[in-house]
Ligand binder design. Structure first.
Ligand SMILES: *Cc1c(COP(=O)(O)O)cnc(C)c1O
Length: 223
């Protein structure tokens, strides 16, 4: 097996173990492999290994890769901060947008075309640069998404804060999700868990893991 195949199999094994430990079915968990800064050749190899969910965090790079790999059956997940003026272009190739964090972005994504899946990103820190809506402002943003044509709310997304244990942070997201489901009963998905904390995320109910380096190896440039 290649190194990539080894790492993928090892991560998939750890996810299955975590799911079983949590009393969950591993098939409830979608692994989005984040390929930012990686060449399209690596994505082709991932597809040969059975991966179909690919994550990118920069629009230009994602758009180019989606065009170059249009022959493949891929689901593109946009996971990075998104400028309003790029929103419509991202809709054109993305299956899901994980980084909805403000009303103006929701308005920019409004469309009469087929719905795109989306996750509202919650900021678990006090630093606005980290992206995401503050928990206190979550409910009005969720209501705005629900009222906007062309968006299908799947649930919440979060990145664990640096410098504190991830599991309690993910537990906070799970509680916020329970609150959101009172106004959006179909929006129970949780996009959380990266290379270093995906086990904790699975234990707290993650449905979408966003895993980069643990599968791809180190990124060619600083990410
Ligand atoms: C890069 C990135 C990931 C993956 O990070 P790794 O630590 O490489 O697993 C997940 N989510 C977002 C938003 C990212 O930008």
């Amino acid at each position: 097996m290649s190194d990539l195949a080894d790492r993928l199999a090892s991560v998939q094994g750890s996810i299955a173990d975590a799911a079983r430990d949590a009393g969950r079915n591993p098939h409830e968990v979608t692994t989005v492999v984040v390929t930012k800064f990686q060449p399209v050749s690596l994505i082709r190899e991932l597809v040969r290994l059975g991966v179909h969910d690919i994550g990118e965090n920069r629009h230009q790079e994602a758009q180019q890769k989606a065009a170059q790999l249009a022959d493949l059956d891929l689901r593109w997940h946009f996971v990075g901060q998104l400028q309003g003026k790029k929103a419509r272009q991202v809709r054109a190739y993305a299956t899901a947008i994980h980084s909805i964090d403000r009303a103006s972005l929701v308005d920019a994504l409004r469309s009469d075309e087929a719905s795109v899946d989306c996750f509202v990103q919650v900021n678990l820190t006090d630093d606005p640069k980290r992206g995401g809506v503050q928990p206190d402002d979550l409910d009005p943003l969720v209501e705005h998404v629900l009222a906007t044509p062309g968006l299908r709310l799947r649930g919440l997304m979060a990145v664990a804060p640096l410098g504190e244990p991830p599991r309690p942070a993910f537990a906070r997201v799970r509680l916020l999700s329970e609150r959101v489901q009172r106004i959006a009963p179909d929006a129970g998905d949780l996009s959380m868990g990266m290379s270093h904390d995906f086990r904790d995320a699975v234990l707290e109910g993650a449905t979408h893991l966003r895993i980069g380096t643990a599968i791809t190896g180190n990124r060619p440039e600083a990410g």
